[in-house]
Design a protein around this ligand. Structure first.
Ligand code: HEM
Length: 506
């Protein structure tokens, strides 16, 4: 009996000490930062209660306007520091100390595991000729939508991007564009939505969440996602075995249409590294494949989609893009060489400007490894810092028109950095207009030691797809940009897809 009482006293004392330490080291320093009042269990998430999905971003932007340039929020009992100034973001992003991802990414572990890629990946992609083939299939699908009516082409772009990443990085043709029902793509959207739903409800314990219908749907989605990647891996393994037996190898010899020597695919390298089972086991491979497939198609899909919506709203810019494409690829339907892709300079500025206004990844979250000082505030070690990529593009304090408050995006839309930040103006990215820009004022691919490994791949792929679409069709957007609701989750998506009217040019 005495023993139980002694343990109970030690537990209570330990808890009191931890609580005291937490208040001294975390709570008090952070309470000095601006932000809404915090309540037990819910933190500051009550600001989102009763807010519709389409309005969530507006509520958050109001807070940014109120508390910019930095403020704290509480996700339940976990504090989060929101940063949106280039010089503040630089402190975290440029440091090799603060590279641990925030804990919200733990929600992804059940899907992507710990498979976060840290080394460069562009050199593995030597199969760009396949992009031309996939883009051709996309055009065939879009041709059927040239009927004077409005169509949502978001699913078509998603399937094309998925086919391209699977073919380029995994060496497997999943034929997503040719399938009627794409369970994998549906599961990704659903999983992301539910994950975001859960993040906003820190007061629901995990065991209750798992019992709710959303918890069960998420579990089912997870199975679909894993089954898909397992099949990609087993298909590739079977193909490699077949090639070994027949003595032929289509993936590591010869040159493709772009004159690039073919190399092993990213997945082949993972499989090679696992041959003796020492470096990577099957689960490690699956995690890397899941990460790459998700990061490698959802991001590019979102950016291509926003770019099409912007071009569909700006016929003058679309005409300029079209003229450049005709001058570069002449009578072909799609670019077929790296040189041609490089020559599409104006299209590149269009893509960059689209990524400024609508960065596919709207924020990244890191944990501080050690205490840091930001302006007059002391940020303790081990707290979550939200680096607002979307936010860094629009600054509320210096945004000139108070009525436009809902639209600002503090970093990529800071009027001091980008005059008239709401305007879609690709020429902001002319070299002469970019010279004095802060290096962390434009960070769609993040920056520093943990930045995106796929940015070159993304740019080439997007140029190929966008050039092919604009070359073949004149596109008209059905809705103005300001009337298109934005869905924020890990990816920034147009809420209702990409509604366009297509007219054949050629
Ligand atoms: C427009 C397209 C893309 C955008 C805007 C984008 C953006 C980003 C951002 C912001 C990050 C987070 C870096 C950080 O935590 O600081 C990231 C990570 C990553 N991206 Fe991309 N990305 C794009 C396309 C791609 C493509 C095509 C691939 C693959 C071919 C790819 C693969 C990855 C991987 C593997 C990571 C690392 C994951 C991690 O360490 O957590 N991305 N990307």
């Amino acid at each position: 009996m005495f023993y139980i009482e002694a343990v109970a006293v030690i537990v209570v004392l330990w808890w009191l000490f931890s609580y005291y330490k937490w208040r001294r080291d975390i709570y008090y320093p952070l309470e000095k930062l601006p932000g809404d009042p915090r309540y037990p269990i819910i933190g500051t998430e009550y600001i989102f209660i009763g807010v519709s999905r389409n309005e969530l971003i507006k509520v958050f932007l109001e807070k940014i306007k109120k508390y910019s340039p930095l403020f704290r929020t509480w996700n339940g009992s976990i504090p989060e520091i929101n940063l949106m100034k280039p010089e503040h973001i630089e402190i975290i992003m440029s440091s090799s100390n603060h590279i641990t991802k925030g804990r919200h990414y733990n929600n992804l572990h059940c899907w992507l595991g710990q498979g976060l890629l840290t080394s460069g990946g562009q050199r593995y992609f030597g199969q760009k000729s396949r992009w031309v083939e996939k883009t051709g299939t996309l055009l065939d699908i879009l041709d059927k939508k040239v009927d004077g009516k409005m169509h949502n082409i978001y699913p078509d772009i998603t399937h094309c991007a998925l086919d391209i990443i699977c073919e380029s990085a995994m060496g497997v043709n999943v034929g997503a564009m040719l399938k009627e029902d794409n369970k994998y793509v549906k599961a990704i959207y659903e999983f992301n939505e539910i994950m975001f739903w859960r993040i906003l409800r820190p007061y629901i314990p995990i065991f209750i969440f798992n019992l709710l219908p959303v918890g069960r749907i998420m579990k089912n989605d997870l199975k679909i996602l894993h089954d898909f990647s397992k099949k990609v891996i087993s298909d590739r393994k079977a193909l490699l075995k077949q090639e070994q037996q027949s003595g032929s190898s289509e993936h590591n010899d010869g040159e493709d249409l772009f004159g690039i020597k073919r190399r092993l695919s990213f997945l082949d390298l993972l499989i090679e590294a696992s041959e003796d089972g020492k470096l990577l086991n099957d689960s490690d491979i699956r995690q890397e494949v899941d990460t790459f497939m998700f990061e490698g198609h959802d991001t590019t899909t979102a950016n291509i989609s926003w770019t099409l919506l912007l071009l569909g709203n700006h016929p003058d810019i679309q005409d300029r893009v079209f003229e450049e494409i005709r001058a570069v690829i002449r009578d072909k339907s799609t670019p077929t060489s790296i040189t041609e892709l490089h020559e599409l300079k104006y299209l590149e500025r269009v893509i960059k400007e689209s990524l400024r206004l609508y960065p596919s990844v709207p924020f990244v979250i890191r944990q501080t490894k050690e205490e840091i000082q930001i302006d007059k505030y002391r940020i303790p070690a081990n707290v979550e810092v939200i680096l607002g990529i979307y936010t860094v593009h629009r600054d509320p304090e210096i945004y000139p028109d108070p009525d436009q408050q809902m639209k600002f995006d503090p970093v990529h839309r800071d009027p001091e950095i980008y005059p008239d930040p709401e305007k879609f103006d690709p020429d902001r990215f002319l070299p002469e207009n970019s010279v004095n820009r802060h290096p962390y004022a434009y960070i769609p691919f993040s920056a520093g030691p943990r930045n995106c490994v796929g940015q070159k791949f993304a740019l080439y792929e997007e140029k190929t797809i966008l050039a092919s679409i604009i070359n073949r069709y004149k596109i008209t957007a059905v809705k103005k940009m300001e009337d298109i609701p934005i869905h924020v989750e890990l990816i920034l998506r147009p809420a209702n897809g990409v509604l366009l009217k297509l007219e054949r040019r050629l």
